[in-house]
Design a protein around this ligand. Structure first.
Ligand code: C5P
Length: 285
């Protein structure tokens, strides 16, 4: 018996930090949406209670360091189920890219094991479990579009942004999220994103305002440490896009464009500078 789950990547249309908490995490406000760039997770029932994992990518760990493995383990521990699973990950989302690939694999494993092991947990329960695995996992369980608050686990559903192309460029570096957050000085943030305006623009389906108001307070920190990320952003701006932003803590930079022709042109222009370039649709809902 086996089940298959899609694990889509996310982008942050806004990412803001309000304060540093006593537990070391930051109180966030971030609007996230899923895009049509996805891993596939196949889950095979094992009756021997073991959790095993294989992946099409040599870049992801095959043990507890893999968030999908941890998701299955957590679900087994919390429910006491005496079953196992073999997890097969077909990796398409770049690794350590700011696109929540690992978190989305974990979310898909929670959803999939819930079905495979017939646990009957609700989405709300899966979201709560997701928070134990990582700050982006609750959103990835929720999927679609949402405003995330708290550590990332307090979610308000938003409608899908208007249909458009998302062109992504990932420079060949990995950015450790914890390093970037550690350097963040919340009281020195000069321009906070206008989250309210973005929420309203999404409700109104106002593509122009969405594209113009994208902002991420982690950008200056990543740009200083990895100037090539800023260079990619500048290049995309020069080639022409309605909005350009770094996703999460980077290094992936994404651009919104409306027409097929402009998406194609942008991808072609970027190919010479960056090996990993994608053009995908917003999934959004
Ligand atoms: O929760 P997760 O392990 O994905 O977070 C990675 C790192 O990002 C944390 O170690 C922390 O440094 C930072 N972080 C934060 N505040 C959040 C979420 C993540 O400071 N709300």
């Amino acid at each position: 018996m086996f089940v298959s789950e899609k694990a889509p990547a996310k982008i942050n249309l806004t990412l803001d930090a309000l304060c540093k908490r006593t537990d070391g995490y930051h109180e966030l406000e971030s609007i996230m949406t899923t895009i049509d760039l996805a891993d596939r997770i196949d889950l095979f029932l094992r009756n021997d209670q073991k959790i095993t994992l294989e992946s099409s990518s040599g870049l992801v760990p095959h043990d507890e360091k893999n968030l999908a493995y941890r998701a299955a383990l957590l679900l087994r521990e919390k429910t006491g189920i005496r079953k196992g699973v073999h997890i097969r990950i077909y990796k398409h989302i770049p690794v350590a890219a700011g696109l929540a690939g690992g978190s989305s694999d974990a979310a898909a494993t929670l959803r999939g094991c819930n079905r495979l092991w017939r646990l009957g947990l609700t989405d709300k329960e899966l979201i709560e479990l997701g928070a134990y695995i990582g700050s982006d996992v609750p959103f990835c369980v929720h999927a679609g579009t949402a405003l995330a608050k708290g550590r990332g686990e307090i979610l308000s559903t938003l409608p899908s942004p208007p249909l458009c192309w998302v062109v992504l460029a990932k420079p060949p570096i990995s950015v450790p999220t914890a390093d970037i957050f550690q350097r963040l000085k919340v009281d020195q943030i000069q321009d906070h994103p206008d989250t309210k305006k973005m929420v309203q623009a999404i409700h109104e389906g106002d593509y122009g305002t969405i594209a113009k108001n994208m902002a991420n307070i982690l950008e200056p920190i990543t740009f200083e440490l990895y100037p090539e990320v800023q260079k990619i952003k500048e290049r995309i701006k020069k080639f022409g896009a309605d909005g350009v932003l770094m996703s999460g803590s980077g290094p992936t930079v994404f651009a919104l464009v409306k027409t097929d022709a402009r998406a194609k042109r942008l991808v072609n222009s970027l190919r010479g500078f960056c090996r990993q370039v994608f053009a995908v649709r917003i999934l959004g809902a």
